[in-house]
Design a protein around this ligand. Structure first.
Ligand SMILES: [Zn+2]
Length: 330
């Protein structure tokens, strides 16, 4: 008797589990998407990356199966999908987007795509994150992932002049880290890990961004040089050298070089602190910088043009170590 009761309880539990799995649940949260999201199918919502609003009229595609988002941005794809799956979304009011989702965890795939709105410039974005202004090819995006870097402000005298580093300069660098980094990284880098030291780790030590003062750059016509070391497309380390007394505001120069250290390149299609001359007259960053930089840090490292997240296979094939040097000169 006791045994059959237990069996009955187990049957109910199993039945409820099946119901739960068949429903449209995202990480155990409340149901979302159209109610016809059935077992084996995929459902979810398509929203804008910038304004976060639902995007109606977009086509969601897995292989040959397609569905169009309704006025709430919701879609439901009938079919039998499981495991790691590539999903494409395209529509008149968004740029094409490709994501990779593990459907064995959930059959909800909420996807954000970049809106076709004036706030976004594809040309500027390509310059900023894909080095389109100076590279021969559109790079996959580079960014810090995992844990945030530690900033080391090197207090040794400026190379070339032996000039001591004023405490006001160190304060400026510290303030720029704290103000620019959260904006550039969509909040990922808080700038809370700062070490002021005359004994920084060797250049390109894993997890570090070292800031060093170097007057000899001027001999090459430069005011700053930043090198980033990447593993795959993940930034592993960076070192930036900058002159102590540039011909334009020092805080702009610092923000510019740290922009390189977290994955950005020279960009001129919109007002930007990343303009190649380093002198934007815009303070630490512009509103265009903020909008476009945040997109990079809302995507995994290795996102490719226009907006394709890497599949695991692609990420692994790209997992080689590379050092990229960015020279900044007038
Ligand atoms: Zn630069």
């Amino acid at each position: 008797m006791k045994r059959s009761y237990l069996k009955r309880v187990l049957q109910v539990v199993v039945f409820l589990s099946i119901l739960y799995t068949a429903g449209c649940n995202d990480n155990g949260g409340s149901p979302s998407g159209p109610s016809d999201c059935v077992s084996g199918g995929v459902c979810g919502k398509v929203t804008g990356t910038i304004n976060k609003a639902p995007i109606p009229g977009s086509t969601v595609r897995i292989g040959g199966a397609t569905a169009v988002t309704n006025s709430n941005g919701d879609y439901a794809l009938a079919g039998n999908f499981s495991g790691v799956t590539v999903i494409n979304v395209d529509g008149p009011s968004q740029f094409p987007r490709q994501v990779t989702k593990d459907l064995s965890r959930s059959n909800v795939a909420n996807i954000d795509a970049i809106e076709r709105i004036n706030a976004f410039s594809l040309q500027f974005y390509r310059q900023l994150v894909r080095d389109a202004e100076e590279s021969f090819f559109l790079r996959p995006t580079n960014r810090w992932e995992g844990s945030e870097p530690t900033f080391f402000i090197d207090t040794r005298p400026e190379i070339g002049t032996g000039a001591p580093i004023p405490s006001s300069t160190i304060d400026t660098v510290r303030n720029v880290i704290r103000q620019s980094m959260p904006v550039f990284s969509n909040g990922f880098i808080t700038g809370s890990k700062i070490t002021v030291t005359n004994n920084p780790p060797p250049d390109l030590s894993s997890g570090s961004i070292v800031i060093r003062f170097d007057h000899t750059l001027l001999q090459a016509g430069a005011f700053g040089v930043t090198r980033i070391q990447t593993i795959g497309s993940r930034i592993d380390a960076a070192v930036t050298r900058l002159v102590l007394n540039p011909s334009f505001p020092f805080d702009e120069l610092t923000s510019h070089e740290l922009g390189h250290a977290v994955g950005f390149f020279h960009a001129s299609a919109r007002p930007s602190v990343m303009v190649a001359t380093g002198s934007c007259g815009c303070g630490l960053f512009t509103s265009d910088d903020s909008v476009h930089m945040k997109i990079n840090y809302s995507r995994p490292a290795g996102n490719t043009d226009i907006d394709n997240d890497p599949t695991d296979a692609v990420t692994k094939s790209l997992a080689k170590r590379e050092v990229i040097e960015i020279i900044c000169r007038k």
